[in-house]
Each structure stands twice: as C-alpha cells, then as structure tokens.
Design a protein around this ligand. Structure first.
Ligand SMILES: [Zn+2]
Length: 177
C-alpha cells in the first residue's frame, strides 16, 4: 500500500445520531454539507474511511449504556445504518464498526497509507464525543502529521459542547479546514 496525501474520516453519520434516538436538528442540518464535502474530497483523490457506532442488545449493561441510557446504533437496526445521503458515498470504501467512542483499530489501519506529508480531515458526529476521541487518538499516534476538522461538517450534542470540543482540539493542534 502506498501513502496517500489525504485521509478523510467520516465519523458516525448514522440515522440514530441524525433523525433517530440521539438525533438533533444540528446533525440534520450538516448532513447535506457532509455529503457534498465527501464527494469533493473523493474527486480530489482522498482515501475515505467511515465509522459506525456499533452496539448490541446488551447496550444497557455497558458503561456507555449506564451513563447514557438511550439505546442507539444497535447493529443491523435502521438507526445503525448510515444516513441515506451518506451511504452511497461509503460504498466500496473502508467502513469501521467501532464498539466505543474511539476506533482503537484506526491507527494501525491507516498506518500503511501515512507518510510525513499525509493529512487527516475529520467530519461527522458528534464533535464532542466520537469526532474528538478519534481526532485525539490520531493526534497521539501521528504527532508530526497535519490533522484538520471541518467545523461546519460536524455537530455536537449541544452547541456549547461542540464549541468546547473545537477549542480543545485546536489547543491540541487540530486545525480547522
Ligand atoms: Zn454509542
């Protein structure tokens, strides 16, 4: 595998975070922009990686379920599926099903595609949980690579937590693009 110039990470653009159990109007509002941006990055030759939050019937017994008692993204359900505007763009691309906020497999998975000039771009949901977790995960693994986030292609649980997460990421040298 050869290194690529850009890796675009599209985090958890699933029905449950847009119109389902944990949906918000902000998430619905960014979805067309996310689709547009993915298309643009795809045409420019970026490597695309999509993640899906993935839980099972035992969700309420997990720590996440105890602290957030709202079942969501149960594997195989409609809520777990990618949004209908996003799903066609993910066909044939890498999709990671992750059982928690950060995709622990991500750093090793992208490593063969990364050299010193490779840039990462994050978008998706939610800014303050899964986007931040994975951006900081890659920040730790690839301290010399440019990592960006597209703020207008992300939404948080609340506007305040979205803004706070952007600031935290900025302090960790995750740039806005
Ligand atoms: Zn979850």
């Amino acid at each position: 595998m050869n290194p690529v110039k850009k890796i675009v990470l599209v985090i958890d653009m699933q029905n449950d975070f847009i119109s389902g159990a944990l949906g918000t109007k902000e998430a619905a509002a960014i979805t067309p922009r996310v689709a547009e941006r993915i298309q643009k990055e795809k045409e420019a030759g970026a490597l695309l990686i999509f993640t899906r939050d993935t839980h099972y019937e035992n969700y309420m017994d997990t720590l996440e379920g105890k602290l957030l008692p709202v079942p969501h993204c149960i594997k195989g359900s409609e809520g777990w599926a990618l949004d209908s505007a996003i799903a066609p763009l993910a066909e044939g691309e890498i999709i990671i099903d992750k059982p928690t906020f950060g995709a622990t497999v991500l750093p090793e998975l992208v490593k063969p595609y990364v050299d010193k000039d490779t840039e990462f771009l994050f978008m998706g949901l939610c800014t303050d949980i899964c986007v931040a977790s994975n951006a900081l995960l890659l920040r730790a693994y690839f301290p010399g690579n440019k990592i960006c986030i597209a703020p207008d292609c992300c939404a948080g649980v609340t506007q305040e937590s979205h803004d706070a997460a952007l600031l935290t990421m900025k302090m960790c040298q995750i740039e806005q693009a």
